[in-house]
Ligand binder design. Structure first.
Ligand SMILES: Cc1ncc(COP(=O)(O)O)c(C=O)c1O
Length: 384
């Protein structure tokens, strides 16, 4: 057998901190390595496989579309794109009426930043400490973590950070040149920090008073993850723009920026070769069908509650706090999370870090209760 690890180490630019495993196959909540070892995937490829790995409907849709039309220039209309948009807006918040389709989350955020400047004719942005919005220049400028930013500076001017869930500090920082406020409803990378409803309602009011656009990043929280189709449904507010990606197309690369009627952009000012290509749209239709038919938001809510109750029935001496919203789980540890993640992997459970001390778990929403039980028992063992 080829040494895949060695080949990747030789040829791929070494930007990813990597675990010592070669993943070759996935089905629902399970993945396999090249040695045949089986794992329960409590990460979903970072909240991508919400409908499970290699979901049958997604596989079938991609295969069919691949044999029909893979690529289409966005200057031509396309049947699959039309059907995808129709389906997406059947579940989207009602005030969001148009989409710009992308290939990733950071591209959706990049579009939001550009559109906010174009529409408001203002230049500045506020985002939250510990927030994460992507790695391209605009999105990175709104991303807090110094280690992601430092060697790439100078970034886009006009971005500042305020403490999350602190309305007074945000209101103090907003001025007449603030074009947009960019926030996650639940900070994912930042440690599963759950936004307060009251905070977001005040932020919405401030945006209305000052003519600021509210850009909500649902790239990680979207598509049933938090117990509703979109987390914003739990906050009683409307976004002016909302960024989506990750699980939108069942694992196929895709992103979207949803816009309210406030956002009008002149033809030719923005675009993408691959954004909204037929393959991504076919995968997106199938993924949305799976979510709707199986009411995956209900599954997420029920399984998240089950997970928390069951895990808390164990003695967990390494744990400070467990934060859960739907199947978005953050276990705040008393010490660093890395050794815990390595130990879990050895026991056949794939977890994720968030910040330095949080074990982040984002299992497929289709995970079975028996698989969830196995994962909980192993996590409890490691955290005992
Ligand atoms: C909240 C949030 N925003 C933006 C991004 C960037 O998305 P992508 O990696 O698809 O560019 C991520 C990815 O982890 C994310 O979690």
């Amino acid at each position: 057998m080829k040494d895949y690890k060695a080949i990747i180490q030789q040829y791929e630019l070494d930007v990813y901190p990597r675990r010592d495993v070669v993943i070759v196959k996935g089905k629902d909540a399970r993945v396999w390595d090249d040695q045949g070892k089986e794992y329960i995937d409590m990460s979903s490829g970072i909240s991508v496989a919400n409908v499970g790995h290699c979901n049958d409907k997604v596989v079938e849709a991609i295969s069919k579309q691949a044999a029909t039309l893979i690529t289409n220039a966005n200057t031509y209309y396309n049947d699959t794109k039309a059907l995808f948009l129709e389906k997406l807006f059947s579940v989207a918040p009602k005030n969001l009426t148009r989409a710009f389709l992308t290939n990733s989350g950071t591209e959706a955020m990049e579009a939001a930043i550009k559109f906010a400047r174009a529409v408001t004719k203002k230049t500045k942005f506020l985002s939250a400490m510990k927030g994460f919005h992507g790695r391209t220049y605009g999105a990175l400028s709104a991303t807090y973590k110094k280690e992601y930013r430092d060697i790439f500076e100078p970034l886009v001017p006009g971005f500042s950070f305020v403490p999350y869930n602190n309305f007074e500090k945000l209101a103090e920082a907003a001025d007449n040149d603030t074009a947009g406020i960019i926030l996650e409803l639940v900070q994912g990378e930042g440690g599963i920090n759950i936004g307060q409803k009251e905070y977001f309602q005040k932020v919405r009011q401030l945006c209305d008073q000052k003519g600021i656009l509210l850009i909500i990043d649902e790239i990680q929280t979207g598509f049933c993850r938090t117990g509703t189709m979109f987390a914003i449904e739990q906050y009683g507010i409307e976004a002016d723009m909302m960024t989506l990606a990750k699980s939108i197309a069942g694992g196929f690369p895709m992103g979207a920026l949803l816009c309210s009627e406030k956002i009008q952009i002149e033809k030719g000012k923005h675009g993408s070769t691959f954004g909204g290509n037929p393959l991504a749209c076919a995968a997106g239709i199938a993924a949305l069908d799976v979510m709707i038919e199986n009411k995956l938001w209900e599954e997420a809510a029920a399984k998240g509650k089950y997970f928390k109750e069951k895990l808390e029935s164990y003695t967990l001496s390494k744990v400070r706090e467990i934060r859960v919203i739907g199947l978005m789980i953050g276990i705040e540890l008393k010490d660093k999370s890395q050794p815990v993640i390595v130990e879990l992997l050895e026991k056949g459970v794939v977890g994720l870090p968030a910040g330095t001390t949080v074990l982040r778990l984002l299992p497929p929403l289709t995970i079975s209760y028996p698989d969830l039980d196995i994962a909980i028992a192993k996590i409890a063992e490691v955290l005992a």
